[in-house]
Design a protein around this ligand. Structure first.
Ligand code: SF4
Length: 341
């Protein structure tokens, strides 16, 4: 592991300043070389593996961002959960405000292990880097995410745990967060605090697709810190289904987060996130367009799932995924709506 400078901050402004001030810039040559760290469950692995070598780590684990507030929303939002980015996955999963929100609770409890959920923060979870084995092996020279223009070893190698949506031959990296898949289905927003102030954007707009720019994971600008998630509580039924090789401590082969409300047999509201298939937490807008405002039926669910996966980019290792994803989505639409024919 390369040597690095460590500093701990106690408030958000100090955190942002710590990765953007001249003092830190001088210490580490370039400001981008400084990075935030909280739970560290992914970052320390990357540092140990020699994949990532920040000059300065700014420890934000003691920032006052560990609360869950229940607020009245604006406009169409009813209740909104405002969740500090330093809340751990375990604490959010057992919070009373999440008890009736199955899609959120299950996306947390079906992820990682109890030990990791006790350490990992929700801010870090949604910003986690890809698990691509070639990206995480510095002896592999072909990786457009690490070295733009070098190629993609996964396209020629074993690619079972890779993406089929939002990818091309330049990078097929999967975004592995379960939580983020639930968040896009819930129309959640992320609140950012940076050198130019505070801004809020949909979680669905936070990540960058691999087929747009494999080298870039998200749209954060240098020094920007995720401070909160804003999660509207929908007037709808919700659920999260995760399909994986073993029953615990495993990433999704496919998953589906569904938020739906059926009125008089018609899908009055539907929002879908797909996991295990996208280079970003995948909002299934094509499927939603097929479903919205139409009488709920298994045939309609099949039509919607097929539309969403129609343009999947597959390789020999991932060619099972579109069919598995279609079945996962149909099953979860059926379970959430309780439509069986
Ligand atoms: Fe690198 Fe992306 Fe290819 Fe993995 S899939 S080796 S992250 S370019």
């Amino acid at each position: 592991m390369h040597p690095f400078t460590y500093t701990r901050v106690d408030d958000v402004d100090a955190a942002v300043a710590a990765v953007t001030t001249d003092a830190v810039a001088r210490a580490v040559q370039v400001p981008e070389d400084a990075a935030f760290i909280a739970g560290g469950t992914t970052q320390l692995d990357l540092m140990r593996d020699g994949v990532w070598s920040p000059g300065t780590l700014v420890d934000i684990s003691r920032l006052p961002l560990a609360d869950v507030e229940v607020e009245d929303g604006d406009g169409d939002d009813g209740t909104v959960l405002v969740v500090g980015a330093a809340v751990t996955m375990a604490d959010l999963a057992r919070h009373a405000a999440v008890a009736g929100l199955d899609v959120l609770r299950d996306s947390l409890l079906l992820a990682a292990s109890p030990q990791l959920r006790a350490m990992a923060t929700i801010g870090g979870n949604v910003l986690q880097r890809t698990r691509c084995r070639y990206f995480r092996d510095p002896t592999v020279s072909q990786c457009n995410k690490r070295e733009p223009g070098s190629g993609c070893a996964a396209v020629e190698g074993t690619a079972r745990m890779h993406a089929v949506l939002g990818v091309d031959a330049g990078c097929i990296a999967l975004h592995a967060s379960d939580l983020a898949v639930a968040l896009v289905a819930l129309d959640a927003r992320v609140r950012l605090h940076g050198p130019d102030g505070v801004r809020t954007l949909p979680v669905a707009d936070l990540h960058v697709r691999a087929d747009d720019d494999p080298a870039r994971d998200n749209v954060l600008t240098p020094g920007e810190l995720v401070t909160h998630l804003e999660i509207p509580v929908p007037d709808a039924r919700t659920g999260y289904l995760k399909v994986r090789d073993r029953a615990s401590y495993e990433f999704a082969l496919t998953s589906a987060a569904v938020v739906a409300r059926v009125e008089d047999g018609v899908l009055a509201h539907v929002a879908i996130g797909l996991g295990g298939v996208g280079s970003v937490p995948w909002r299934a807008t094509r499927a939603e367009e097929v479903l919205r405002g139409r009488p709920a039926s298994l045939a309609l669910f099949e039509e919607a799932a097929a539309a969403e996966l129609a343009d999947a980019f597959t390789l020999p290792g991932t060619d099972f995924k579109p069919e598995l994803a279609r079945r996962t989505l149909v099953r979860q639409l059926r379970d959430v709506t309780e439509v069986t024919a």
